[in-house]
Design a protein around this ligand. Structure first.
Ligand SMILES: [Zn+2]
Ligand SMILES: [Zn+2]
Length: 236
């Protein structure tokens, strides 16, 4: 399955305003992707519209978000249903500092429908750190049936950069690695590694280059793979 499982929509202040649900899915379709995840910072409010656009283009949408833990570690949360992701996103948004966004400084935070119309403006600055630590964030994701995947572990705000080592608990069977940066192979031995674009601009979405093995060609199969639930052999 050709995937790109980490990118930001116009709801993330750091992403371009033209990263609308319709544009993202149209671009993913043009690039030949088969499954995407839109992972905004500490929210999933745009996902109902992303799902509508993904359905239009025949793309599989893996509902997700990128949470900032108290240690400033970025953690991806993936879910089977959009509704659950939206609900969990609201929990994490509530745990952000009560700070208003300054669009002129940080960028706009738009919820956009599939006609590229602004249907809501998120007031709360979404890119701060929640007051929940890595274990608490992981517990909330898993209690809602989700998969917790440390994001870009070998780059800034990554688990290995900020913490140096994986904690004993919780265990992370799947991690996201930046392919262009070095990583301590010993520390990730036995783990499945994902890689994605982390696109903030439309042109940065992956082409059909990341062919991810999944137990079945479906949302359920993709979820099992990112959660590490399947028993597929690791690829070299
Ligand atoms: Zn990140
Ligand atoms: Zn990101």
């Amino acid at each position: 399955m050709f995937v790109d499982l980490h990118m930001h929509s116009c709801l993330s202040p750091c992403a371009d305003d033209d990263m609308t649900p319709a544009n993202i899915c149209g671009m993913a379709y043009l690039k030949g992707l088969q499954a995407i995840a839109v992972t905004d910072h500490n929210t999933a409010r745009n996902l109902p519209f992303v799902k509508e656009a993904a359905d239009h283009y025949g793309l599989i949408l893996l509902p997700g978000m990128e949470i900032t833990t108290r240690e400033e570690v970025h953690l991806l949360g993936y879910f089977r249903e959009v509704e659950t992701a939206v609900e969990v996103g609201e929990i994490f948004t509530e745990h952000l500092p009560k700070m208003k966004n300054r669009p002129d400084y940080f960028g706009n935070q738009y919820v956009m429908n599939t006609d590229d119309e602004i249907v809501a403006v998120e007031d709360r600055l979404l890119i701060g750190s929640t007051d929940l630590d890595l274990a608490e964030c992981t517990r909330i994701i898993r209690e809602h049936g989700g998969a917790a995947v440390p994001a870009h572990i070998n780059r800034g705000h990554g688990l290995l950069i900020n913490l140096g080592l994986f904690p004993e608990e919780p265990c992370f069977p799947v991690v996201e690695v930046r392919p262009e940066l070095p990583v301590n192979e010993k520390l990730i031995a036995g783990k499945r590694r994902l890689w994605s674009s982390d696109a903030h601009h439309l042109g940065d979405l992956l082409e059909a280059v990341n062919d991810m093995p999944t137990p079945r060609f479906s949302l359920g199969g993709l979820f099992e793979a990112v959660a590490g639930l399947d028993r597929m052999p690791e690829r070299a």
